[in-house]
Design a protein around this ligand. Structure first.
Ligand code: BEZ
Length: 211
């Protein structure tokens, strides 16, 4: 099954390194990041999980729960976590789903058979508090993800969910944003009291409204 932006993120029950997970119930009213891995005891994945453990306070600040998935059983995950903690100088502080028969991976389209029919690819799915899919990014097994970029995207998703703005290329929290095209220029001052610049009729910028 393939999933697309705006779909309800498929619900599931699965075993994890922290016990049974009822996914939607586990998410509660939080945002969520579900990210898949090719396999346990692989080098890039080890660095990725260590990085996410260290960034957990940043995800928490944004009300985002993180959960990993790898297609090995729980016992393997528990042994691997010891290695991650040791080699990455951290403590894995989020669950890793065990998906040995690819149940969740199939629901989320994490197997790309023309890349590999044995391993899941490195996908990230961001889910909003409404349980809808807000972002999907897929990397090959050979490329570790940039989790600072994911934090940046979460900042954009959370901002644009609440204001009639979009974020331009390479935008970072604190920088000017663009007013979405459906807002008429004459209506901008009332909506964006910090001011705006009209560079073209379709390109209007304003200071980030929520800071
Ligand atoms: C890794 O996680 O290190 C990895 C997994 C599969 C292929 C290449 C690298």
């Amino acid at each position: 099954m393939s999933i697309r932006l705006g779909d309800i993120a498929p619900d599931f029950v699965a075993e994890s390194s922290e016990g049974k997970i009822n996914f939607h119930q586990w998410l509660g009213n939080s945002w969520g990041i579900l990210f898949s891995h090719p396999a346990d005891f692989t080098p890039v994945c080890t660095t990725e999980l260590g990085t996410v453990a260290k960034l957990k306070p940043e995800f928490e600040k944004r009300n985002v729960k993180v959960i990993a998935l790898s297609v090995d059983p729980v016992e393997s995950h528990l042994n691997w976590i010891k290695d991650i903690n040791e080699t990455q100088n951290t403590t894995v502080n989020f669950p890793i789903i065990a998906d040995p028969i690819f149940e969740v991976s199939k629901l989320y389209d994490f197997v790309h058979p023309n890349a590999s029919d044995k391993f899941t690819v490195r996908s990230v799915v961001v889910i909003g508090p409404d349980k809808k899919v807000k972002l999907i990014i897929t990397y090959p097994a050979s490329t570790g993800r940039n989790f600072n970029e994911l934090l940046r995207v979460i900042d954009s998703l959370q901002l644009t969910a609440n204001y009639s703005v979009a974020t331009p290329a390479n935008w970072k929290h604190g920088e000017d944003v663009v007013v979405i095209p459906s807002i008429k220029t004459e209506d901008i001052p009332a909506k964006f009291p910090k001011g705006f610049k009209e560079i073209k009729s379709y390109l209007r910028t304003t200071p980030q409204p929520n800071i």
